[in-house]
Design a binder for this molecule. Structure first.
Ligand code: R5P
Length: 314
């Protein structure tokens, strides 16, 4: 095996002169997280051209030689509909050009919430989305996917997959920044994060109960918050979308005499106007950088790099 200096560090060649350094395709266009992943994974940022023809179809051209190489596609899959077709076309192109493997690093994995037919005639889109991705990439890694009725990704993904958890990252943030916290999960589904974060921080937790009557019509009730009057409440959930869950939970807490809570979420999906609505309520909003956003304060790069290395060695 020979090495040769290049702009992004050392290129590594095998006995046949094939460049062995993994290539990372950043489909979200030079996000800070993608750059950190390149460094942590000793990967080379891939050069490629992707644009739309005048008729709206995708044009894709890889400018690096991908033959025999391991490939990482990085995409957070927020607003997935516009991202998925280019991603699948890119994965097909890479395989067609002889890539050794094509893995997807998707810190936010979309299409996980429709995991059951809530009403007659609905599609269980989480399954169909999983089938599509499984047919195009060799492996998938993500952070805290919305596993509610599915126990793990293997129930719907047929490829090698790994779901990492950022509980420790969130706990570290809380330990450093919040005095005498009580962790509050805004609904039953959030218990899996609230409880683990509280255990990691070494503080109490409580879980509220939520009923959703529509996309933006949510009602919440609270048990026992009066027990935590001397604490700083921290709402912890996996996703903020419309922000309604956080806003309503916060209102209940303040009505019960607690201070305004800090809202911490793994994935800041943020439907239009929702962050502003939360800020208008006086809420401090903190998210992990699984989706690039101004509220990002918790970095997941090290978690992802360790996860990818672990998955590759499996
Ligand atoms: C729901 O099951 C999730 O865990 C979140 O609570 C939910 O996605 C938050 O949505 P929104 O911000 O629209 O209330």
């Amino acid at each position: 095996m020979k090495t040769q200096p290049c702009n992004g560090g050392l290129h590594v060649f095998d006995g046949n002169g094939i460049n062995m350094k993994p290539l990372l395709f950043d489909l979200n266009q030079h996000t800070e997280l993608a750059q950190k992943l390149c460094i942590g994974l000793n990967a080379q940022a891939a050069q490629y051209e992707m644009r739309l023809f005048p008729d709206g179809e995708s044009y894709i051209r890889c400018l690096d030689d991908v033959k025999g190489r391991d490939i990482y596609i990085f995409s957070h899959l927020h607003q997935p509909n516009e991202k998925i077709l280019p991603l699948l076309l890119l994965a097909s192109t890479l395989k067609d050009l002889g890539a050794n493997s094509v893995g997807l690093i998707a810190p936010y994995l979309s299409y996980m919430r429709q995991d059951v037919r809530f009403h007659e005639g609905e599609g269980i889109t989480s399954r169909y989305f999983a089938k599509l991705l499984s047919a195009h990439v060799d492996w998938l890694i993500t952070v805290d996917p919305h596993l509610h009725r599915y126990k793990n990704l293997d129930e719907i993904y047929s490829i090698k997959s790994q779901s990492l958890t950022c509980v420790k990252n969130i706990a570290d943030y809380i330990k450093k920044n919040i005095h005498n916290p009580v962790i509050i999960g805004p609904d039953g589904e959030s218990k899996q994060w609230a409880e683990k974060v509280a255990n990691e921080v070494g503080c109490p937790f409580e879980v509220l109960s939520k009923h959703r009557y529509g996309d933006r019509d949510i009602r919440i009730s609270i048990p026992h918050v009066e027990n935590y009057l001397g604490h700083t409440p921290v709402l912890v959930d996996d996703i903020i979308s419309t922000g309604k869950t956080m806003i309503l939970a916060a209102q209940h807490l303040t009505d019960a005499g607690l201070p305004i809570p800090t809202c911490v979420a793994v994935h800041g999906v943020f439907a239009a106007g929702s962050l502003q609505e939360m800020i208008d309520q006086g809420l401090q909003v903190v998210t992990c950088n699984s989706i690039e956003h101004e509220s990002n304060q918790i970095d997941l790069s090290q978690l992802l790099c360790e996860g990818v290395k672990g998955l590759e060695n499996k």
